[in-house]
Design a protein around this ligand. Structure first.
Ligand code: BGC
Ligand code: BGC
Length: 595
């Protein structure tokens, strides 16, 4: 590694450092900076050998065993390799920490954004960003692929829960707050702060506006589809969060896998270069989404040329980094991609690496490791859970429940399952069920909330006949049924039918006759169609995907805290009311919530 050069001088202005460094770089080193490979497809040695600029962990890109310490060691291994290269340019390691540092077993997992859209608390969203930054830095990670500022217009979309709301203004406020938390800044960029990570505002632009059935890439349906709106609507509905994020110091934006009209976003020179970098003055760098460049053209070379010329600065390859680098090298040699475009991309990437202080402090902060999943972080998550709950029905003041009710029946696997309450993007890309990571469940919270005189019977399937000392006809004072969607992420969660599952209806039918009052709590990544069931329920709570601190739900059920959440999406009466623009009177409007 070379010493004594301007680019190594932390006192020199960043423009000078970039100029000095760029002058020393070969074409291969420049292209290496533009390349991002997933950890599961590259070793530290290969990172050094090809002077790769970035490594990511996508959903489930975890070390084995999955602990905070193994994460820190893994990321350190890549960084050490990068520092051994000729110029020693530090690596920028990125991860999908979209509701906390959610890949890491033991990290705190916050409610998915839909829950924060219900809580509508920008200070809280900011604190969540700050905590996520600390937990990421503890593992050496300086770049987090959040916030998603999607404005979902069709709740059949499997990524609805990643969006704060269907309402553009709400998305803008909360997206900016989360970004500022991650970047630890108020208004201005402050990437040099020691507790800061780089955010990635995603996905640019119109990812939430795609049309059902318009995906032509894979067997998903609406995810990665086509946004069929005119420019006026695109600018009014989907663009504002990006405008605000840039003003708030966004230095990285992820391009959407969707298309606008006939053109894929990764090929959209007008929207990437003219609008974003030109008109909106975005001076940071654009990262592609997962494999997106592969889809632009059946001819990979042509896809690389088109996307780089359109304005993509770094490519999330994510598997075969060499193939990408070889094709881009050939494109420059052939004059299909101007060297000036390459240098512009590299300047943007290096600027952020300098701003983050990576040349001075390329590693994370091991002293933060004990803070991963610590109680203080979980307390903030629990606060977010409480504030995210939306009370949709409460006949006869069923809620709050008194803590000395003699007998409570609790049913539903989701009442006692951390995986189900976390949803997708938790430990694995698609999430999972069971004890996938430490946390508390609603059942645990109920047991903690009730008095000594209360008997709590739990049966996941709602079979209470054999409950201790109970005759088959005996009823409980209160039944609490916790329902959930199966976890999913991205297009895997695209669903044509959002009616409550048959099995859930059957569970409800078993429990209803066994309790005087029935309280239904729903974990879901979006509103589900419950209209025909609702008359059977005394109280109904939308709890979204609360994350690891499930006992926060019980705290509100038992009145330790008040219900305060408001619907971030309108709640349709029937499938005919989806997508929203088809209108009609929803079951509950956007902003609804009893208190
Ligand atoms: C998703 C992004 C994510 C990336 C990295 C993509 O498939 O669309 O939201 O950040 O993968 O895992
Ligand atoms: C990765 C995700 C990524 C997805 C895209 C998965 O294998 O883990 O991060 O978003 O593929 O298809």
């Amino acid at each position: 590694m070379e010493q004594g050069h301007t680019y190594r001088d932390s006192q020199a202005p960043i423009v000078e450092r970039i100029r000095d460094l760029l002058d020393r770089m070969t074409l291969a080193e420049k292209i290496g900076q533009m390349t991002q490979v997933e950890n599961l497809s590259i070793t530290p040695n290969e990172v050094a050998q090809h002077a790769i600029g970035s490594v990511l962990s996508g959903g489930g890109g975890n070390p084995e065993p999955n602990t905070p310490e193994t994460w820190a060691a893994m990321v350190r291994g890549y960084q050490e390799a990068a520092l051994e290269t000729r110029l020693g340019i530090p690596l920028l390691y990125g991860a999908d920490a979209v509701h906390g540092h959610n890949n890491v077993r033991g990290a705190v997992v916050f409610p998915h954004n839909i829950g924060l859209g219900a809580a509508r608390d920008t200070l809280l969203a900011k604190r969540i960003g700050q905590i996520t930054a600390v937990e990421a830095l503890a593992t050496g990670i300086h770049w987090v692929f959040a916030p998603a500022v999607s404005v979902p217009q069709d709740i059949r979309w499997g990524r609805t829960y990643e969006g704060f709301s269907e309402d553009t203004d709400l998305v803008t406020q909360l997206g900016v707050a989360q970004l500022q938390g991650l970047q630890n800044a108020d208004g201005a960029t402050n990437l040099g702060h020691p507790r800061t990570v780089l955010g990635s505002v995603k996905h640019y632009v119109g990812d939430g506006g795609t049309t059902w059935g318009s995906n032509t890439t894979n067997d998903w349906v609406i995810d990665q589809g086509v946004t069929e709106v005119d420019e006026e609507v695109l600018r009014a509905v989907h663009l504002p969060p990006f405008v605000a994020a840039i003003e708030a110091g966004a230095r990285n934006i992820m391009v959407s896998l969707s298309s606008w009209g006939s053109l894929r976003m990764h090929a959209h020179r007008y929207l990437l270069t003219e609008v974003l970098k030109g008109e909106l003055g975005f001076a940071g760098f654009l990262v592609s989404d997962w494999q997106a460049v592969d889809y632009i053209d059946p001819d990979y070379y042509a896809g690389v040329v088109t996307s780089i010329n359109a304005g993509v600065d770094m490519v999330m390859v994510p598997y075969d980094g060499l193939r990408f680098m070889n094709n881009l090298t050939r494109a420059v040699e052939n004059g299909d991609v101007p060297l000036a475009r390459i240098e512009d991309a590299v300047r943007r990437i290096l600027a952020v690496k300098f701003e983050l202080g990576l040349f001075e402090q390329p590693f994370g902060d091991d002293s933060l490791l004990p803070l991963i999943g610590q109680q203080a972080h979980r307390d903030v998550a629990r606060e977010a859970v409480r504030k995210s709950l939306v009370l949709l029905k409460n006949d006869g003041d069923t809620l709050p429940l008194s803590s000395d009710i003699p007998r409570i029946f609790v049913a539903g696997q989701a009442a006692d399952d951390v995986g189900l309450q976390c949803g997708g993007w938790t430990i694995a890309w698609q999430g999972g069920s069971g004890d996938i990571t430490p946390g508390t469940t609603v059942l645990a919270g109920i047991r903690a909330a009730v008095s000594e005189n209360t008997v709590v019977h739990y049966d996941p399937d709602g079979n209470f006949d054999s409950a201790d000392a109970l005759g088959a006809e005996e009823v409980a004072d209160v039944g609490i049924v916790v329902l959930s969607e199966e976890p999913y992420a991205e297009g895997v969660g695209d669903r044509a039918d959002l009616n409550l599952a048959e099995a859930d209806a059957a569970l409800l039918a078993r429990v209803r006759p066994r309790c005087r009052k029935l309280v239904v709590v729903l974990f879901s990544g979006r509103p589900l169609i419950v209209t025909e069931h609702l008359s059977q329920w005394d109280a109904f709570v939308a709890a979204w995907l609360p994350g690891t601190e499930g006992d926060g739900v019980a705290q509100v059920l038992f009145g330790e805290y008040l219900f305060a959440g408001k619907l971030p999406y309108s709640w349709p009466r029937s499938m005919e009311q989806i997508p929203r623009k088809q209108g009609g009177d929803p079951l509950f409007p956007l902003g609804f919530g009893l208190s």
